[in-house]
Design a protein around this ligand. Sequence first.
Ligand code: FUB
Length: 318
Amino acid sequence: MKVKFLLAALSLCAVCTVKAQNPIIKHIFTADPAPIVHKGTVYLYTSHDTASVEATNYKMPDWHVFSSKDMVNWKDHGALLSPKTFSWATGDAYAAQCIERDGKFYWFVSTFHKNNAESKGGAAIGVAVADSPIGPFKDAIGKALVVNEMTKDLPHAWDDIDPTVLIDDDGQAYMYWGNGSLKWVKLKKNMIEMDGPITTLKPKNYIEGPWVYKRKDLYYLVYASAGTKPEMIEYCTATSPAGPWTYRGIIQENVPNSFTTHPGILDYKGKSYFFYHNGALPTGGSYRRSICVDYMYYNEDGTIQKIVQTKEGVAAVK
Ligand code: FUB
């Protein structure tokens, strides 16, 4: 009798473990996840795919913000920023990351520059700022922070995309970005000016989508890679944000139904989470992508275990 009761209780318990079910955002197509925690809430900054099913390129009009307190239920705060916010910008809203400093939220975005006196066009990086994680956001500079002409190591016009920003323990901020090669620069405390020269490097298999962060005494550079086609996620570690970076291997294999994928990493309520995108929603694909999240585990020596992509996703946390 007691055993029967125990089994019934256990199966009930299994049923009541609420899981997120990947992809976590289902009512629109989203890509390029960038999560942060602010006052106990997760804010997830995303790109937004609106290309038709037949399209063979991106159509990305704006950036959205979502929030969650349990990693399962996500509230869409809407399209809180678009290239139209920046008078100098035109074209698609590529990957972006928002980071807090001294109570202000700096949203570093990749988009494209108008052909004018400042640039002949091509990908560019801008910064929007707000007093809250959900805006209202305005152009923080009034011009681009990075234009195509500032980096000359690669000939293509879209190499200045995918900014990620790290603020080190001593307060020094670093921005990393790039398609085809990784570029990085120190930022001033105001977060809207460079504080030194741009350095360029080529981590093994690097393509785009860097995500740089510090955990314990180690700096991590996680990125979308050309390990095989389509993209995978690989990473390096270093003992300084300036490198040198040591290649550590593949974290995630290809994702279903999307050529690209893109990392976003977060520690929340005692667990580590790996955000990425795939093309798994019905009618999804490389230009109609969707954000997923699965658990991330570290080994004792700080190396990262392979991400297991799941359909059920992560469990709700209190
Ligand atoms: O979403 C547009 C581009 O695709 C991003 O900027 C890249 O990281 C890739 O995900």
